[in-house]
Ligand binder design. Structure first.
Ligand code: C5P
Length: 289
C-alpha cells in the first residue's frame, strides 16, 4: 500500500482538571476526553526519497520539519530504522487551529496510525502512544480516541465505554489563548473549583448522558482573559438553544454544547453561526487503528 487517506478527529475535554505540577515542568492533569467526527483529512503518499513533505490548505501552517505531521512521520521512520523512506503528506484542515480541539495532535496521531498500517509495521497501540508522547501531550489520546480518562501529563490513559448517542455543537471564537498563561494563573490560584471527575466517570460507565452533561467543567474557563467573556456568552446562548450542558475545550477558546439529537444541534449551530463564524455540529467518533 503506497497511498492512504486517514481521518484525524478533533478532541473535546468533557472535563479538565489541573491537580499539580510535575518535576519535568509539566502539570498533572485529570481529564475526560472525547473524540468527535469533526476531522482533518490526512493523505499520505509513501516515497523512497528519504524526504518528508507536507502541504496544507491553511497557508499559515509550516510545511517543513516544524509541522507536527512531519515530526510524526520522522519519528515513525526512525523507529523502523528506514533512512530511505519518505512521505508526501497532504493535510486538508477542517479543525480550527489553536482552538483547544487537538487538531495538530490528531494529525500526528493519524500519520502514526496510517504509516503503521501502510508499512504493515504492526506496532501496538501502546507503542504508537509512546511515539506520540514525544510529539505532544494530547497525541497519545488521539491514537485510539473515543472516550478516555487521561491523567499524568495527559498521556496516562484509560479507555472508557463509548458515550451514549448525542451531538456536540462546537463554536470557536476568532482569537487564540496563551497556554502558559492559563497554567500560570491556575498555579497561582488557591482553592479553585474542581470538576467532579469521579461523578462523570461513573455516569460514563453507567451510560447516563445527563450525569455527564451536568458535570461538564474545565478549570481554564474561570481564568481571566478574553476567552472567559466569550465562553460565558456562547455557553449562555447554547443553553438557551437547548444544550444539556456546555464547557470550554482544552486551553480554549472553543466552547461546546451537548445536544440530544442532530436536529436540535443543527438548529443551534445555525443560530450561533450568525454571530461566530466557526461553528460545527459533530458526533462522538473513534478512529480505526
Ligand atoms: O505537550 P504539549 O506540547 O502539548 O504542551 C504544550 C504546553 O502546555 C507545554 O509547554 C506546557 O506549558 C503546557 N502543559 C503543561 N502540562 C501538561 C501539558 C501541557 O504544563 N500536562
Amino acid at each position: 500500500m503506497s497511498r492512504i487517506t486517514a481521518k484525524a478527529y478533533a478532541k473535546l475535554n468533557l472535563s479538565l482538571d489541573v491537580t499539580g505540577t510535575r518535576p519535568d515542568g509539566y502539570h498533572e492533569m485529570c481529564m475526560l476526553m472525547q473524540s468527535v467526527d469533526l476531522c482533518d483529512e490526512v493523505k499520505i503518499n509513501l516515497t523512497r526519497t528519504g524526504e518528508i513533505r507536507v502541504r496544507t490548505n491553511f497557508r499559515f501552517l509550516p510545511s517543513d520539519g516544524r509541522n507536527i505531521a512531519v515530526k510524526a512521520a520522522r519519528a515513525f521512520f526512525d523507529v523502523l530504522g528506514e533512512k530511505d523512506l519518505g512521505a508526501d503528506i497532504t493535510l486538508k484542515k477542517r479543525i480550527p487551529v489553536c482552538a483547544g480541539l487537538g487538531g495538530g495532535s490528531s494529525d500526528a496521531a493519524a500519520v502514526l496510525r496510517a504509516l503503521n498500517r501502510m508499512l504493515g509495521a504492526k506496532l501496538s497501540p501502546e507503542r504508537l502512544e509512546e511515539l506520540g508522547r514525544g510529539l505532544g501531550s494530547d497525541v497519545p489520546f488521539c491514537i485510539r480516541g473515543g472516550t478516555q480518562l487521561a491523567e499524568g501529563r495527559g498521556d496516562e490513559l484509560r479507555i472508557l465505554p463509548a458515550l451514549p448517542d448525542c451531538v456536540f455543537v462546537i463554536c470557536k471564537p476568532p482569537f487564540s489563548v496563551s497556554t502558559p498563561e492559563l497554567f500560570r494563573h491556575v498555579d497561582e490560584r488557591r482553592g479553585h473549583t474542581h470538576p467532579d471527575t469521579e461523578g462523570m466517570l461513573e455516569a460514563i460507565e453507567r451510560g447516563e448522558l445527563r450525569g455527564v452533561t451536568q458535570r461538564l467543567y474545565n478549570v481554564f474557563e474561570d481564568v481571566p482573559g478574553r476567552h472567559r467573556g466569550a465562553a460565558a456568552e456562547i455557553k449562555s446562548r447554547m443553553l438557551d438553544l437547548g444544550a444539556m450542558g456546555t464547557a470550554m475545550s482544552g486551553t480554549g477558546p472553543s466552547v461546546f454544547g451537548v445536544f440530544e439529537n442532530m436536529e436540535q444541534a443543527e438548529a443551534a449551530r445555525k443560530a450561533l453561526s450568525q454571530r461566530w463564524r466557526d461553528c460545527f455540529a459533530a458526533c462522538p467518533a473513534a478512529p480505526e487503528l
